[in-house]
Design a protein around this ligand. Structure first.
Ligand SMILES: [Zn+2]
Length: 388
């Protein structure tokens, strides 16, 4: 029997699309985990619902996407010896995480056959096990010297779709990196690069010339992770290519504002996507994506409904995902949120524009409720209710 979810009484429906961030609708229907209808309840067919949620006037948005995480296995990270960091992040409204490399695995293999085996295994274990329901797109190999074209074909044939951050392995020169990124792209594997100063002892600087020569699909943490490039190099990166401009919580927030302002001047804010880079030296950041939305909106003078697109729709389009947009056929992955109790502002959007986090009341992944009132955000004023 098919599963039919009806969410009614939605107060504000955010689409994830910068060109039309707010939808005229109060109801959404999903069948078997995919969005099937969006509109006004009075015009829609709610017959045969197997699950009904009364949103009680709160805001529904596509589940947030963290474009840059470093998972290892299950809901455990050795980086800060933490368990349940993914569950905590779900409570921050994130429903999909994208690995930029499983680099924190103790004893990570660096020989070619070993790194391929790790990438394939990581892709599998997160496909087979979703911590608390979270979609973790993982299995992102780190480029090491000695890899040949056949290795990228093997990886793609085995289901690997991402490269880890270029520059974290032994490939440190633009020419070799470019060749490998081109092979990856030929077999449908997306790429990203570590931009900026070294993250931890043993890693190294990657400057704008190396980023441009390598030509990855995404400019990983353009605001540094942790140390940013000089301003002129960040502006040069924005102006000289069309790659995704990934801003992370674990980077330099002044450089984040510079990236935002440069992209706005170029009229290319659709390139901006958000990540945390967690777990990292600065810890895990369960509310990192929400905090970036509030920071960019408030300090960057960006309407909140647009800032949310940086955290879902833009990433969906940049990464070619089936989640992150409110559109028929897309995954029914949602975050339901409301203005936080006693936060200033006349509504949720204004409170975010004033720099405040919203309160999360529920997350839904593939049409199934995965969390209720967040244990991490400030409490939402109103909370959605499962009525069937
Ligand atoms: Zn990095």
């Amino acid at each position: 029997m098919s599963q039919k979810l009806v969410i009614r009484n939605i107060g504000l429906l955010l689409s994830g699309k910068m060109e039309a961030p707010i939808l005229e609708a109060d109801c959404l229907i999903a069948v078997d985990g995919k969005i099937s209808a969006i509109g006004y309840e009075k015009d829609m067919d709610g017959e045969g619902a197997t699950s009904v949620i009364n949103a009680h006037g709160v805001t529904l948005a596509p589940g947030l996407i963290d474009s840059h995480v470093h998972p290892v296995i299950g809901d455990y990270t050795p980086r800060q010896q933490q368990i349940n960091w993914i569950d905590s992040t779900l409570h921050g409204g994130v429903t999909t995480m994208i690995s930029a490399g499983e680099v924190h695995l103790p004893g990570r293999p660096k020989d070619v056959v070993g790194l391929k085996a790790l990438a394939i295994a990581s892709q599998r274990w997160y496909e087979n096990f979703r911590p608390s329901g979270m979609k973790v797109l993982a299995g992102a190999p780190i480029l090491e010297e000695g890899m040949v074209e056949a290795d990228f074909k093997d990886l793609a044939d085995a289901g690997v779709k991402l490269l880890g951050e270029v520059g974290l392995g032994t490939v440190k020169d633009g020419k070799t990196a470019r060749q490998m990124v081109d092979w990856a792209r030929k077999y449908g594997i997306q790429s990203t690069i570590h931009t900026g100063g070294p993250s931890v002892p043993g890693s190294s600087l990657i400057d704008a010339d190396m980023v441009l020569e390598t030509g990855t699909d995404v400019i990983g943490h353009i605001n540094g992770g942790h140390s940013a490039l000089p301003d002129d190099q960040i502006m040069c990166l924005c102006e000289s290519c069309t790659a995704g401009l990934e801003i992370v919580h674990n980077g330099n927030q002044r450089a984040a504002m510079l990236t935002l302002n440069t992209a706005r001047e170029l009229k290319q804010m659709d390139r901006i996507i958000l990540g945390t880079d967690g777990p990292a030296g600065s810890g895990v950041q369960p509310l990192g994506i929400l905090r970036m939305v509030a920071m960019l909106s408030s300090l960057g003078d960006i309407p909140a409904e647009i800032a949310f697109c940086f955290a879902n729709g833009n990433t969906s389009r940049q990464r070619e995902l089936d989640t992150g947009l409110i559109e028929v056929g897309y995954a029914a992955d949602f975050v339901l949120m409301d203005q936080a109790q006693h936060a200033p502002g006349k509504n949720i959007l204004e409170s975010v524009e004033l720099g405040n986090l919203p309160g999360i009341g529920m997350t839904i992944i593939d049409g199934v409720v995965t969390s209720h009132r967040s244990r991490n955000t400030p409490p939402a004023t109103r909370i959605p209710e499962v009525v069937l």
